[in-house]
Design a protein around this ligand. Structure first.
Ligand SMILES: C[S@@+](CC[C@H](N)C(=O)[O-])C[C@H]1O[C@@H](n2cnc3c(N)ncnc32)[C@H](O)[C@@H]1O
Length: 211
């Protein structure tokens, strides 16, 4: 039987697919309907969803409170609740290994940084990951993103091309850059983690849940 991972704030399943590829049975929870989520799904508030019966957890609380894509001038940050600390506390109480993911600038502790160039993807999309109950010591090397943009090999971040040669972040280009081969709309793609990140983390997580 495969170890079971609960995927909180699951969106359309970018993170989920990586854990699936690493060998987990994945169950997702999101407060909004997620018709494109490719595994068992429950519509619920992540911070009250029962946590019993899982071997490991992943959580991607909404990032609008910290995301650099939202300018402080727009006044967006203050309107969004900070769910990182409450989610960490909720998952810590399980005593099981878990991963907490967020954008650069989020109030994360002892995190590792991953970006797409470490996995041969045509995207930078840096994300930070707190690992609880296991560690990763050996990281793939990131490529020089400036060089990748110059040579026309990187997809833009915020929906348009910021630099000459950068690939425009339309739906097709984002899906290809993230290696997402199931149905997602553009909003879901922009929120999704490329599965390669959690497939990489999931292999280390698998080692501790099998013990
Ligand atoms: C950054 S997205 C997750 C992206 C996902 N990890 C992926 O890789 O595709 C955050 C998600 O949290 C959901 N969300 C926001 N507040 C929530 C809550 N209280 N409980 C559950 N889900 C929530 C949003 O609907 C959104 O889908």
């Amino acid at each position: 039987m495969k170890p079971k991972l609960l995927d909180l704030f699951c969106g359309a399943g970018g993170a989920a697919m990586g854990y699936h590829r690493a060998g987990f049975e994945v169950v997702g929870v999101d407060i909004n309907p997620q018709p494109h989520y490719p595994f068992e799904f429950h519509q619920a508030d992540a911070l009250t969803f029962p946590l019993d019966g899982y071997d490991a957890y992943h959580a991607s609380p909404p990032c609008q409170a910290y995301s650099r894509a939202f300018s402080p001038l727009v006044g967006y940050r203050k309107e969004h609740p900070d769910l990182v600390a409450p989610t960490r506390d909720y998952l810590k109480a399980t005593g099981k290994p878990f991963v907490l993911e967020n954008v650069p600038g989020a109030p994360m502790l002892n995190y590792i940084k991953l970006n797409g160039t470490m996995f041969g993807l045509k995207t930078k999309k840096e994300r930070w990951f707190e690992l609880h109950g296991f560690e990763i010591w050996l990281m793939p090397a990131p490529l020089n993103t400036r060089g990748m943009i110059k040579s026309g090999k990187l997809v833009g971040i915020v929906g348009h091309s910021n630099y000459a040669n950068e690939i425009i972040a339309n739906k097709e280009n984002l899906a290809a850059a993230y290696s997402i081969d199931w149905k997602m709309n553009r909003h879901e793609l922009r929120q999704a983690i490329p599965p390669a990140y959690t497939e990489y983390i999931g292999k280390y997580l698998m080692d501790v849940v099998k013990c």
